[in-house]
Design a protein around this ligand. Sequence first.
Ligand SMILES: Cc1ncc(COP(=O)(O)O)c(C=O)c1O
Length: 488
Amino acid sequence: MAVTDKSDDFDVGTDVHAAINDLTRRLAEHSKNVDKEPIIKVAQPEHVPYLRKIGTPGAAHDVGTVLEEAFTAFDFRLRVNHPRFMGLIPSPTSPVAWLGDVVASAFNALGASKLQASGPVVIEKTLIEWLASRIGFPATAGGVCVSGGSMANLMGIVLARDRCVPHGEEQRAVAYLSDQTHYSVAKALRLLGFKSDRVRKLPSDESFRMDVGGLQQATRDDRASGLMPFLVVGSCGTTNTGAVDPLKRIADVCKTEGMWLHVDGAYGASVSLSATRRDVVNELQYADSLSWDAHKWLFQTYSCGLFIVKDKANMVKSFANKGDYLRDGTAFVDDDIPNFWNYTMELTRPASRAMKLWFTLRVIGTERIGEMIDHGFKLAERAESEIRALQDWEILSPANMGVVTFRYAARATAAEHGQHEEALDAINSRISKELISSNVAGILTTKVQGKVALRICALSPHLALEDMAPVHPVALISEEDIIVTKQD
Ligand SMILES: Cc1ncc(COP(=O)(O)O)c(C=O)c1O
């Protein structure tokens, strides 16, 4: 068979190889200096025409020119790995994860089956089994890498339905969440055809945890009405306040009622690798299935989610498929090198999710990763103690799993309370905006018990504890704010 000339890589010329060399150097430099960049840079209306112009493919362009265009486009972004980005759930990406992603992308292995990527498939299986053992799952456990928590939550609901709801009884099936459960769960239930009157959003307790008494009562009431409780979704690290639901007690209720317990650990499950805080999540072992995002607290590039099940046979029962043209791959039945297309919704799936996580854990080592996770706890705890020392500031939810919420809250008389709350909401929203525009800290707002709160979720190993002193938010309180909030 004749070998064609490879010097002209897909007609872009040999300079693509030089560009790869230059690029890795430039990106390594960039990731080292991200702390000197704007934390959040949003494209303004005047930037859109240029972005639209380069967004239109057209004729061939020189690689170097298009790389510059890519750098321009990416400049308009929230730097999720900026040490002072403390909003949403940051992704303080390790450059090692990025390197692992680059390697995996270059090989472009299709991690769907033994035929397609037996090496990476064994790595993925081994890695997931190791992670499952860290949360206390038995040897029957297994799982797959997925795009993220939203997909893993959807898959957990599919398994719950397929195991706990007899065919034809779907209309009677009821799922239980709390008012703090991530919205992706309700969305997945809706997409799977569960009507909103079959989804109970139970009020959480004063610590934002699922109220088990309320859960028991709700399941009893539903049974009495002829309905069929089938699923509870617990949270391990809610997005808003970091709360961990009482998973053991919830699991006991599930056992009594014949329900599946899916735990959304998209944020918090990584704590099972922590050096000193693992106890906080040791009730994860009671889940039937689990969502776990490595692109949150395991320092991975997007996307890198995990779906782990206590008994992996359940995944095959729900997701196994057959296709005539896959028969050569299906012929391999090998428990050591599984066909992951039988474990998940996806057929085409990148091997990169598992490979970059493996690469990171292998290079950095689990001990150091554990310390890096612990640092997130300490940052939030330090922020809380600094804020508690201030007059006129209050903690709305104490440091929990690396999250703390707080606000400026000068006291007012009861008579003017309504107006006063509005003024405080406006002041705290303004503080967040000014912290961002001055590039001091990417602290965003949320609502806690109806009040606008500043929320810190800081996970970067490059952020020092001393940086958590809220000197800057305090400086942003003006004389005018004090008059508005204190007048009587
Ligand atoms: C607790 C929780 N669950 C689920 C999700 C959704 O995960 P993903 O964005 O990876 O789909 C998030 C996202 O922040 C989350 O915090």
